[in-house]
Design a protein around this ligand. Structure first.
Ligand code: GDP
Ligand code: IMO
Ligand code: MG
Length: 429
């Protein structure tokens, strides 16, 4: 289980790709094309939005589980763009028949909703698609099987979306059922062989499965900085409902949290350690912090250990993987937030109240920079002392080991700090 421990973009894609060598099955189970997971293999860059990252390995089966929301057009173009790069996924992809679809009116509504009370979404239709799902008017992959039924549901959805658009937002509504129907069916014909009961498939395997979280714990709809979150459970809480597997299935799984050595966030919402002005710009430039999906500049700040420890507890992480430590290589000193000062009171708990979090001032511990390169390091023996001290500080605070260090964006830029069990099986039957 590989999960984002912060506000997304921690480098999950790179880690999933790296570890997929050990796992014949790679599963995405929440979110949709709001994700952007970057992998760099021998100077070739891939950014995956919907497909599980493990699918880049030729012998891995990629699974889109029921908790995702699936935009057929994005899926189709992602499959095509991988094909152009020599990666054929046609016979290695499974799609849950229970997965809900993202359709053009969800994207339109996403744009409209952003006009009032902006969250800074990716505009990929994610919130509205989950809203339709939970409002019990969503359309699922299994509905595509019966063209007439699909068309009927489409018409119902469209008239609902049209009312919101015209009556609430006073905008014209041009979408029509026939063109959405035709486009969807054309793509459906190309992927229908992949549609199956994914829960059954996973239950029957019970080992060698890598689950890839999208977004991050602090964007989780329940545990994150609500309402500035995404619309799915992007923490470990989403595993069971996202896959259709009992929580017992995961009892022997190894849960890894991916965290950057600093913090970033895209979109609106409180961010206690955010660095404004030149300092933030500097970190953004050094880290290349621009969104993989939208290209938006990411907000940047120091590592927030209060938030990271909260994330460790929410997810029950067994270990952490730290990415982008190399970005901090040149700093004289490096700060880490060890508590929040809220209205003059010091606390180390991450508040549920957004209002309180917005008033949280970071209390920093200042660590000495290492002023030496960690880039591309492949073994812990070569780590500068200051960098190791930084890692140990994080471990002490979170009570979790940093088991791996990512030392650059490329597949082979990493160092294990501790061995972890890589052939992990579930005893669930
Ligand atoms: P994800 O959404 O969690 O998969 O992360 P993104 O792909 O959106 O953003 C992470 C960015 O950091 C990508 O551009 C990666 O290529 C890059 N990256 C990942 N690990 C490292 C690392 O250890 N060092 C550096 N410098 N870049 C990294
Ligand atoms: P990966 O998987 C970072 C953010 C958006 C916005 C909020 C809601 O690449 O880490 P949404 O479109 O989901 O309704 O937007 O969530 N967001 C992400 N931020 N990484 C992501 O994915 C994100 N997916 C959504 O910026 O603040
Ligand atoms: Mg990303």
């Amino acid at each position: 289980m590989i999960l984002g421990a912060q506000w997304g973009d921690e480098g999950k894609g790179k880690i999933v790709d790296l570890l997929s060598e050990h796992f014949p099955v790679s599963v995405r189970y929440q979110g949709g094309s709001n994700a952007g997971h970057t992998v760099i293999v021998k100077d070739r860059k891939f950014v995956l939005h919907l497909l599980p990252t493990g699918i880049l390995h030729a012998d891995v089966v990629g699974v889109i589980a029921q908790g995702m929301v699936l935009d057929l057009e994005v899926l189709d173009s992602e499959i095509e763009s991988l094909r152009e790069k020599g990666v054929e996924v046609k016979d290695r992809l499974l799609i849950s028949d229970r997965t809900h679809l993202v359709l053009p009116y969800h994207k339109l509504l996403d744009r409209l909703f952003e006009k009032k009370g902006s969250i800074g979404t990716t505009l990929r239709g994610i919130g509205p698609a989950y809203m339709f799902k939970h409002g019990r008017r969503g359309i699922r992959v299994s509905d595509l099987e019966d063209g007439e039924l699909f068309k009927e549901k489409l018409r119902d959805n469209l008239s609902f979306a049209k009312e919101i658009c015209e009556k609430v937002y006073r905008e014209s509504f041009e979408l029509n059922a026939d063109s959405i129907y035709e486009k969807s069916m054309r793509i459906y014909e190309k992927i229908r062989h992949a549609i199956t009961d994914v829960s059954r498939y996973l239950m029957d395997r019970a080992e060698g499965i890598l689950f890839e979280g999208a977004q991050g714990t602090l964007l989780d709809i329940d545990m994150g900085t609500y309402p500035f979150v995404t619309s799915s459970n992007s923490s470990a809480l989403g595993l069971s409902n996202g896959t259709g597997l009992s929580p017992k299935f995961f009892k022997n799984s190894y849960f890894l949290g991916v965290a950057k050595a600093y913090t970033t966030r895209v979109g609106e919402g409180p961010f206690p350690t955010e660095l404004e002005g030149e300092e933030g710009d500097n970190l953004r430039e050094l880290g290349g912090e621009f969104g993989s999906t939208t290209g938006r500049p990411r907000r940047c700040g120091w590592l927030d250990l209060v938030a990271l420890k909260y994330s460790v507890e929410v997810n029950g992480f067994d270990g952490l993987i730290m990415t982008k430590l190399d970005v901090l290589d040149g700093f004289e000193e490096v700060k880490v937030c060890v508590a929040y000062d809220i209205d003059g009171e010091k606390t180390t708990s991450f508040p549920a109240s957004l209002d309180r979090l917005s008033r949280a001032k970071p209390v920093y511990e200042v660590l000495k920079g290492w002023k030496d390169s960690t880039k591309s390091l492949k073994s812990k023996e070569r780590l500068p002392k200051g960098a190791l001290d930084f890692i140990r500080f994080v471990e002490d605070y979170t009570s979790r080991e940093v088991v791996m260090l990512s030392t650059g964006p490329k597949r082979d830029e990493y160092a294990w700090l501790t061995e972890i069990p890589l052939k992990i099986s579930s005893s669930f039957t």
